[in-house]
Ligand binder design. Structure first.
Ligand SMILES: [Zn+2]
Ligand SMILES: [Zn+2]
Length: 349
């Protein structure tokens, strides 16, 4: 029996186990992916370190930002063949429920997120439904393809699908880690007139400025909503929140102009308060949740990267072999050297 290495979560707060497992066999409608790159993100830290996001079963192989090559295509695979370069949508979706039929794949009724509900890509191989694999253009490196699936697609979904950003509008980005950094880049690409970056970390703010933010606002120095108003001369048309705590959600809503939209991407158990209804209703403001992405978000981003319109070459801060998956997680958690994304590359050792 052929075996492989996999980095598995057995208990939150404890290092991932590096285990030798049988190479999984794809069902007839699945593919076996040889993983060439797997990105790590804040969700992995919640799962592996904090333990505040539930996991369906343990041990489970982590990793939901995958790119690789089709090693085996199941009998009923229609469009993919052995050797095809693909990325995976971060969850196996059913393709048949009402949300899948509307193209809103992150809302799938039968969604199985890799690393939470089925084995993920922090391994040499992973099996995935063929329908949830997306072709990776030859011009896009595996590690960039991997981070596009979540680290870039999530802020794109928030800006485009949920936030409805139009060229000429102003944008405020609360939290400039991996997602927020890409939100700044994408807002600029999409024609935002002015972009404000809000964080508590100087390196993150400096990076956001370098990538296109017009103003950098340190939340430790007073109310960011006031600072945004004084920088823009009025409130923001769109505020994105990537932190997931009531304080920043409330600041994002406070920063809005009339008709402004606050799109909340950060998740947590806190309960932010709405402004008084007279203010909120009378200004026609919206507060929207944004969860993950649609398949089209990933496809469109890969096309932008392939033609050179979106340069993500500075987004991979570090690469680690699979055997050092725990060091990779520690690196991401440390936020050292202004980390954007950390990628595990199983073929290196
Ligand atoms: Zn993620
Ligand atoms: Zn579905």
């Amino acid at each position: 029996m052929k075996t492989m290495m996999a980095a598995r979560l057995a208990k939150p707060g404890q290092p991932l186990l590096l285990e030798e497992l049988p190479v999984p066999q794809p069902a007839s409608d699945e593919i076996l992916l040889k993983v060439e790159a797997c990105g790590l993100c804040g969700t992995d830290l919640h799962l592996a370190v904090a333990g505040d996001i539930p996991v369906e079963r343990m041990p489970i192989t982590l990793g939901h930002e995958a790119a690789g090559v089709v090693a085996v295509a199941g009998r009923d695979a229609r469009s993919l063949r052995e050797g095809d370069r693909v990325v995976l949508f971060p969850a196996a979706y059913c393709g048949a429920c009402r949300f899948c039929l509307q193209g809103r794949h992150s809302l799938c009724d039968r969604s199985k997120v890799y690393g939470m509900a089925r084995d993920g890509a922090l391994a040499e191989y992973v099996v995935a439904p063929e329908r949830s694999a997306i072709r990776l253009p030859d011009a896009v490196p595996f590690e960039i393809g991997a981070i596009v699936t979540d680290g870039v697609a999530t802020p794109f979904h928030a800006l485009r699908s949920r936030g409805g950003l139009r060229a000429g509008e102003t944008v405020a980005v609360f939290g400039c880690g991996g997602l927020g950094t890409h939100a700044v880049m994408l807002a600029r690409l999409m024609g935002a007139a002015r972009i404000a970056a809000v964080d508590v970390d100087e390196k993150a703010l400096a990076r956001a400025r370098a990538l296109g933010a017009d103003v950098a606002i340190d939340m430790r120095r007073g109310d960011p909503a006031k600072a945004i108003r004084s920088a823009f001369g009025r409130g923001a048309d769109l505020a994105l929140e990537f932190v997931g705590v009531p304080e920043t959600v409330e600041a994002a809503v406070r920063s809005l102009d009339k008709a402004g939209r606050a799109v909340i991407v950060g998740v947590g158990m806190g309960r932010p308060a709405l402004p008084p209804l007279a203010a909120f209703v009378g200004r026609e403001q919206s507060v929207l949740g944004s969860f993950g992405m649609d398949r089209a978000d990933i496809e469109d981003l890969l096309a932008l990267v392939a033609v050179g319109r979106l340069d993500l070459s500075a987004s991979v801060s570090a690469r680690y072999p699979l055997a050092e998956a725990n060091s990779a997680l520690e690196h991401l958690a440390s936020k050292r050297e202004g980390v954007v994304r950390v990628v595990v590359v199983p073929s290196t050792s």
